[in-house]
Design a protein around this ligand. Structure first.
Ligand code: 2P0
Length: 331
């Protein structure tokens, strides 16, 4: 039995009875304010440091599931995908962990509530929605922390997408990863807004999984990252507790810059930004100079996410007509 199979067995062994005919679940996309970047265990997606995110309310993935005889049948946004597609192969390999027997397949239908081109439809909401749907299909009745462990086996950042609101994913210390769970932290902040600015671009130069491994293996600054992340986690929790946008924004922005600096110094370098990414950053910083409190974060891609409050929304909309603006605490 592999370590992944052993974890699934431990969490689901209590289940009795037969699966439901079908199940469906939704999980939100999330934006990390303190990033997950670097694994201490690539098989179990165990991170070197804890991370903290904000979930994006109704923006995310809805996944429907049922069992069938034969191979998996996977549809994404109403398009049927070839089993040889990279996305399908990864999904089917993950579903192998939950297959009742080798002759049983899953019918999986995923729908993203934002166009994939908006850059928000990531593996995070996808694997989280899938695990929530599996929990319903097989009637495991697992708690969210346990579901975050299963979602993490699909994709690290999916551990955080099993919750709404502000979420901490604890790095944990055990080899089994049973303490590497995500938890929702208290702190409603209805005035908070996230603006997603899409930068037109081509396919990512390198997937985040490979980029992360390369950073750990070759970035000369990687040994500083754990301490940076720990300090940032502390500041972000304080900012959330006090509704302090300046502390939240400056910390999230600096954390993102540090992550990209790590990547730039890797060999060969990893650069996700385009000229348009820098243009967005400079426009946001100019707006800030002009007295509008708006801060930036960037994930493993060229798009920029803006953090600001409702009172700045009109100015942000005016400056970034192309932005999709999200209210993480209710529309
Ligand atoms: C994050 N990202 O914290 C960071 C910031 C991208 C930049 O988590 O290999 O797809 O599946 O565990 O979760 C993207 O990495 O990686 C990511 P895997 P994942 O959101």
């Amino acid at each position: 039995m592999t370590r992944r199979q052993e974890i699934v067995r431990q969490l689901t062994a209590h289940t009795t009875g037969s699966p439901k005919p079908e199940a469906q679940a939704f999980a939100p996309a999330n934006v990390a304010l303190c990033k997950y970047w670097g694994k201490r265990d690539a098989d179990l997606n165990l991170p070197v440091s804890s991370s903290l995110s904000i979930s994006l309310g109704s923006l995310g993935t809805t996944t429907g599931l049922r069992l069938r005889q034969g191979a998996d049948h996977i549809m994404a946004d109403r398009l049927e995908l070839s089993p040889d597609d990279r996305f399908c192969r990864r999904l089917s390999a993950f579903l192998d962990l939950f297959r009742p027997d080798a002759d049983t397949g899953f019918v999986v239908e995923t729908r993203n509530s934002v166009p994939t081109a908006a850059g928000l439809a990531s593996s995070a909401s996808g694997y989280a929605a899938l695990v929530l749907a599996l929990n319903d299909l097989f009637q495991w009745q697992l708690g969210r922390e346990q579901l975050s462990i299963l979602a993490r086996l699909g994709s690290g950042s999916a551990a955080r997408s099993v919750y709404n609101g502000f979420v901490v994913w604890h790095c944990g210390a055990s080899d089994s990863g049973m303490d590497s769970v995500a938890e929702r932290i208290t702190g409603e902040w209805p005035e908070l807004r996230v603006g997603v600015v899409i930068v037109a671009g081509s396919e990512k130069p390198i997937g985040s999984r490979e980029a992360m491994a390369r950073t750990v293996a070759s970035s000369p600054f990687f040994d500083r990252w754990k301490a940076v992340a720990e300090a940032d986690m502390h500041q972000l929790r304080e900012a959330i507790g006090n509704h302090d946008l300046e502390l939240l924004g400056t910390t999230a922005e600096s954390n993102a810059m540090a992550m990209h600096a790590l990547m730039l110094a890797s060999r060969p370098p990893v650069l996700y930004w385009t000229g348009a990414t820098i243009d967005v950053l400079q426009r946001a910083w100019a707006l800030r100079e002009d007295g509008v409190p708006v801060y930036c974060t960037i994930d493993a891609g060229p798009n920029v996410k803006l953090l600001f409050l409702d009172e700045a929304e009109a100015r942000v909309r005016e400056a970034f007509e192309e932005a999709t603006i999200v209210q993480p605490f209710g529309e």
